[in-house]
Design a protein around this ligand. Structure first.
Ligand code: ADP
Length: 354
């Protein structure tokens, strides 16, 4: 799973950073301590030498040769400095090698540990996803029979008018529940199944999506203008149709009556750029970073008010998170720009070849 791999790498970087900071601090202390020790030893040797011969610069040796202690001391001092530099250099090299080994070992160990730490969390999340998918699936059957019973009751002529109205509301709620279950099932299949890529014609995908939302645009008298050619790309036909449906549906849903929605497709280098624009209610800038989150709805009353149809159904805040997942599965990107009361534009960038 991509997000877990990224988190694992991030944790590894943190672990390695901590280990390397400690290691660098120790190395610094060791370097200072050892070089100071060597320096002190050399200096005491030098002092001892000075105390012994420093007072007698010229000395006659037993064999008759004359030794200049002053010169010998200078030579010794030069040698001492040279030795000190050499020792410092070799300590530095040792410490660098040790740090390099620590870096490699700690990177490997940290990556392994980060994986181990994240594994139970990943398992719990997978388990939750399986539970949502299974529960949604299990709910479908009783919901279908409930819907049938309500429909049969409504059609029977024996019920008083107000009870029939109540059943009508029940039916709408059951439909909304059915829609939520379908969305949860599609979301879990988007997250668990690998998309199947085929050669597609984007115009056909868009036309299929448009047919799905036409009843809503007709109801609100919204003009939907589609500009595209028969661009070919590789992708999963059903999920791309879902993606376009979500964006057109939102555009229409959040448009005022008699508003305008447009969809433009343009190629750009190796990508296809799809822009879905509406002149609807727009989104406040502060909400924009959250709108792709699961179950995020800015204000459900906006949805009720803007569906423009006599329905209790509101959005579930799942559409855009599904759209994002579909785009990610196609290695593309989705972005949004919006101005309150002026309208919203979603831009999708899809690679032409996978
Ligand atoms: P919903 O099913 O509630 O529409 P979405 O995930 O599709 O859920 O959208 C999340 C929220 O983003 C919506 O509640 C809505 O407030 C806002 N939104 C999405 N598309 C538009 C749009 N075209 N214009 C204005 N607001 C939008």
């Amino acid at each position: 799973m991509k997000v877990f791999e990224l988190t694992r790498i991030r944790i590894t970087i943190w672990y390695v950073l901590i280990v390397m900071t400690i290691s660098a601090m120790f190395s610094f202390v060791i370097y200072q301590g050892v070089t100071k020790n060597i320096e002190a030893s050399f200096r005491s040797a030098e002092t001892r030498f000075a105390n012994n011969g420093g007072a007698r610069p010229l000395r006659k040796m037993a064999d008759g040769n004359v030794v200049n202690d002053e010169v010998t001391r200078e030579v010794l001092h030069g040698l001492f400095l040279e030795e000190l530099d050499n020792s410092r250099e070799s300590i530095l090299i040792y410490l660098l090698i040790i740090n390099l080994i620590i870096f490699i070992l700690s990177s490997l160990a940290s990556y392994y540990l980060a994986g181990k730490t994240l594994m139970p969390i990943e398992e719990i999340i997978q388990e939750q996803k399986r539970f949502i998918a299974d529960a949604s699936h299990e709910l479908k059957t009783p919901l279908t029979s409930l819907k049938t019973s309500i429909e049969v009751s409504i059609r029977s002529g024996k019920l008083p008018k107000d009870i029939k109205k109540l059943f009508q509301y029940n039916l709408e709620d059951v439909d909304a529940l059915g829609e939520l279950i379908d969305k949860l099932l599609s979301l879990s299949s988007l997250e668990s199944k690998k998309p199947v890529f085929d050669n597609l014609d984007i115009k056909e995908v868009i036309n299929t999506a448009y047919r799905r939302v036409k009843y809503l645009s007709d109801k609100k008298n919204i003009s939907v203008k589609i500009t595209t050619k028969n661009y070919q790309l590789q992708g999963d036909a059903s999920s791309l149709t879902e993606l376009i449906t979500i964006l057109l549906d939102n555009g229409i849903k959040y448009c005022k009556l008699n508003g305008k929605v447009s969809l433009d497709v343009k190629p750009s280098k190796n990508h296809l750029i799809i822009a879905v624009k509406d002149d609807g209610i727009g989104i406040n800038k502060k909400y924009l970073p959250n709108i792709f989150d699961r179950f995020y709805r800015i204000d459900s009353s906006r949805t009720y008010a803007n569906r423009g149809i006599n329905s209790t159904k509101s959005g579930f805040g799942l559409g855009l998170s599904m759209a994002k997942k579909i785009v990610e599965n196609h290695k593309g990107s989705i972005s949004v720009s919006s101005e309150l009361t002026k309208g919203t534009t979603f831009i999708i960038k899809l690679p032409l070849k996978q």
